[in-house]
Ligand binder design. Structure first.
Ligand code: PLP
Ligand code: COI
Length: 364
């Protein structure tokens, strides 16, 4: 195993060098200490086409490095998208995914924005099923975490001028993960970024473009050095309204009503966000999608951020300049907890799947 992979791996009790050859090293994973980091698994899915060809189903192959032209569009001009979803071992003892069709559709919208050929939903979902099935022993036991599924779509062919690449690769790898933020449901402290924005109107903030993420690394590292878990970005036009939390959507709750930034093209339309909106309404809460001023959010009763990786992460405090607002007594608020239980209940199949979001893997 290359050194960079070894450093990024989860703690394994045995020598992980045989991972690359596809041995069942999942038996050596300590499921109780999973974090959100990379453990190389056995098998990935890959398919490549020329720009003028239709997508064809791909193949499974051993997880590992892929050859690529130094002039690849993705390496030179960031013509690439990623997705993130999870597979769970549920209380019914089966493996399920959560709304994978939504990830397929979001990737199609992103492909349109980045001038890449969209992968048909049927090929996308079939690829997810195949790669999860092939790595099913890497899906953590119920309640211990999830198998994170990472689809990539990229301009893999060579191009020198700033233009769409001549060929494209759709790839999926998977890795078992634990909580994104340390402590899972422990409330996190967030800092509103004073100097940086994540996206601007007309840009690529509304799609999962790979290029949206590197510019967030500096503000995120700086916030972490000050003891915060992440940054909150404000809108680039007025610098007054909350947009997103790093790689998660934002909600606050005041007098039983949920408030979340509206989708105007600068924030990612999170699938968790959409699920929470539907669940909260079903549970009798009003949900307002609109402009959420930072000053309003800082006076709310509860706040949380959400995403596939973040699940629902309660926010304990928000700091804006010299002002720090705290929520409750540092414990997750009651509505946040209710929504967390509702969402994870569906994902773990301990609660009824009212909305038909669970996608069981077809049996082998
Ligand atoms: N916002 C950003 C910028 C993200 O990267 C993510 C993660 O995918 C989310 C929000 C949450 O989206 P989802 O709930 O679909 O995972
Ligand atoms: C996800 O929640 O799936 C994300 O994409 C977050 C990620 C950037 C780690």
């Amino acid at each position: 195993m290359p050194d960079h992979q070894r450093r990024a791996s989860q703690p394994l009790k045995a020598n992980p060098t045989s991972l690359a050859s596809g041995n069942n090293m999942s038996e050596s994973v300590d499921w109780d200490s999973l974090t959100f980091s990379l453990t190389p698994t056995d098998t990935m899915y890959i398919t490549t086409i020329r720009a003028d060809e239709p997508w064809m189903p791909g193949q499974l192959q051993p997880y590992g490095d892929i050859p690529m032209s130094p002039a690849a569009g993705v390496l030179n001009y960031g013509q690439g998208l990623f997705e993130g979803m999870k597979a769970y071992t549920t209380s019914k003892g089966r493996i399920v995914c959560f709304r994978p069709e939504e990830n397929a559709r979001r990737m199609q919208r992103g492909a349109d924005r980045l001038k890449m050929p969209p992968v048909p939903e049927s090929i996308f979902v079939d690829a997810v099923e195949q790669v999860v099935n092939a790595n099913r022993h890497w899906v953590p036991p119920t309640g211990k975490g999830a198998l994170y599924i990472r689809p990539l779509l990229m301009g893999s062919g060579p191009v020198l001028g700033v233009a769409p690449a001549p060929s494209y690769t759709f790839l999926i790898y998977v890795t078992p993960v634990g909580p994104y933020f340390k402590g899972g449901m422990t409330a996190i402290d967030l800092l509103i970024s004073d100097h940086h924005h994540r996206a601007a109107p007309g840009g690529s903030g509304g799609v999962k473009a790979i290029g949206n993420y590197a510019p967030g690394m500096k503000p995120s590292k700086e916030a972490k050095a000050l003891g915060f878990a992440e940054v909150i970005y404000l809108d680039a036009e007025t610098h007054t309204c909350i947009e997103e939390v790093g790689a998660a959507n934002f909600f606050c709750i005041k007098d039983g009503t949920l408030y979340t930034p509206e989708l105007t093209g600068t924030i990612l339309p999170g699938i968790t966000r959409d699920s929470i909106i539907q669940m909260a309404r079903h549970l009798g809460h009003d949900v307002v999608e609109g402009k959420v001023e930072a000053t309003f959010a800082m006076e709310a009763d509860e706040a949380f951020c959400c995403g596939t990786a973040a699940v629902i992460s309660p926010i304990g405090s928000i700091t804006l300049g010299e002002t720090k607002s705290t929520y409750g007594d540092g414990q997750p608020g009651p509505i946040t907890t209710k929504l967390y239980d509702a969402l994870t209940g569906v994902q773990n199949e301990t609660a009824e799947d009212t909305f038909g979001w669970i996608h069981p893997l077809p049996s082998l």
